[in-house]
Design a protein around this ligand. Structure first.
Ligand code: HPA
Length: 279
C-alpha cells in the first residue's frame, strides 16, 4: 500500500523525492524548469524517463493547456538532468508552496544546480522579439514570498541572503557559451508580477523606472525557494514579445508561445552547451 502524503512541507517534499529516487537509478544533480513554449527541450533528452506530475505524491495538478505537466529525467551531453516540462504558476491559483513544491522536491533529491527558464516581455530597447536573456537579478512584485510562514530550518535559514540569487559564474558560463554560438546573450533584471493579465503601458513605464529589463509571471518564487536551500540558479528568459506599450501593438498569448517555439533550436543548443558546465 502507498504511504500517505505527510502534512509537514519538508516531509512531503522528502516523500516526493523518495518516490522519484525509486524510479531513477542514478543521482540527479541538475534540474531545469522549462517555461511557456520552451518545453520541447525535454523531448530531446537521451534515455528519458517521464513521470506525469499527477503521479508524484504531493505535486499539484497542472491546469494550463499547452503545458505537458511532467518531469522528464534523462541525459544531455552525458549529464543526467531532471527537466520540468511545465510549471505551476501563481496566477493559476496555486499557493506559493504549491508553486515551489517541485523545487523543494528537486533540492531534496540532491539537485545542486537549477536552470529556470521563462517567456518574458521585453522592456529594454536593446532586446527584440526572440532575444534570449540571462537573468542577473530580479524584482519580486508578486506581493508574496514562498518563504513566508513558519521556517523549516532543514530547508534553510529564516532570513536567507539574496545578494546573488542568480549565480555569477553561471551567468558568465551562459554568456560565453552563447558567444561561441555567435549569439549575444545580454543580462537583464526580471520583474515578476502575479498576472495573469499582461501589464498596462503605465505599469510597464513604472517597471522601467524600477530598473526592470524584462517582465513575467514566474521564476522568482522558484529562485527564492532554491536559494533558500542553497541550490545554485541560472535564469534564462526568452523575450517572446516587447512589453505593453513599447510597440504600437497588442500582446497575444499565441504569439508568446510561437516565439518560444521559433527559438527552440537555439535555446536547446544553448542548454546543451551550458548544462554540462554548471558546477
Ligand atoms: N508580460 C508578462 N509576462 C509575459 C509577457 C509579458 O509581456 N510575455 C511573456 N510572459
Amino acid at each position: 500500500m502507498e504511504s500517505p502524503v505527510p502534512e509537514i512541507l519538508y516531509e512531503r517534499a522528502e516523500h516526493a523525492a523518495r518516490f522519484i529516487r525509486s524510479r531513477v537509478g542514478e543521482d540527479v544533480r541538475h534540474a531545469l524548469v522549462l517555461g511557456s513554449g520552451l518545453g520541447a527541450f525535454a523531448d530531446e533528452l537521451e534515455d528519458p524517463l517521464a513521470i506525469p506530475y499527477e503521479e508524484i505524491p504531493g505535486f499539484a495538478r497542472s491546469t494550463v493547456e499547452g503545458h505537458a505537466g511532467r518531469l522528464v529525467i534523462g541525459k544531455v551531453a552525458g549529464v543526467t538532468v531532471a527537466a520540468m516540462q511545465g510549471r505551476f504558476h501563481y496566477y493559476e491559483g496555486y499557493t506559493l508552496d504549491e508553486v515551489t513544491f517541485p523545487v523543494r522536491t528537486l533540492g531534496l533529491l540532491g539537485v545542486r544546480s537549477l536552470v529556470l527558464t521563462n517567456a518574458a516581455g521585453g522592456l529594454n530597447n536593446t532586446f527584440t522579439q526572440g532575444s534570449l536573456i540571462v537573468i542577473s537579478d530580479h524584482l519580486n512584485l508578486m506581493g508574496a514570498s514562498p518563504l513566508r510562514g513558519a521556517n523549516d530550518p532543514r530547508f534553510g535559514p529564516r532570513f536567507p541572503d539574496m545578494t546573488a540569487v542568480y549565480d555569477h559564474d553561471y551567468q558568465e558560463t551562459a554568456i560565453n557559451e552563447a558567444h561561441e554560438m555567435g549569439l549575444e546573450l545580454r543580462r537583464g533584471i526580471y520583474a515578476a508580477l502575479a498576472g495573469p493579465n499582461y501589464e498596462t503601458p503605465a505599469e510597464i513605464r513604472m517597471l522601467r523606472l524600477l530598473g526592470a529589463d524584462a517582465v513575467g509571471m514566474s521564476t522568482v518564487p522558484e529562485a527564492l525557494a532554491a536559494r533558500h536551500m542553497g541550490v545554485k540558479v541560472l535564469g534564462l528568459s526568452c523575450i517572446t514579445n516587447m512589453a505593453a506599450g513599447v510597440e504600437d501593438r497588442l500582446i497575444d498569448h499565441a504569439e508568446v508561445i510561437e516565439t518560444g517555439e521559433r527559438v527552440r533550436e537555439t535555446f536547446a543548443e544553448l542548454l546543451r552547451r551550458v548544462i554540462p558546465k554548471l558546477q
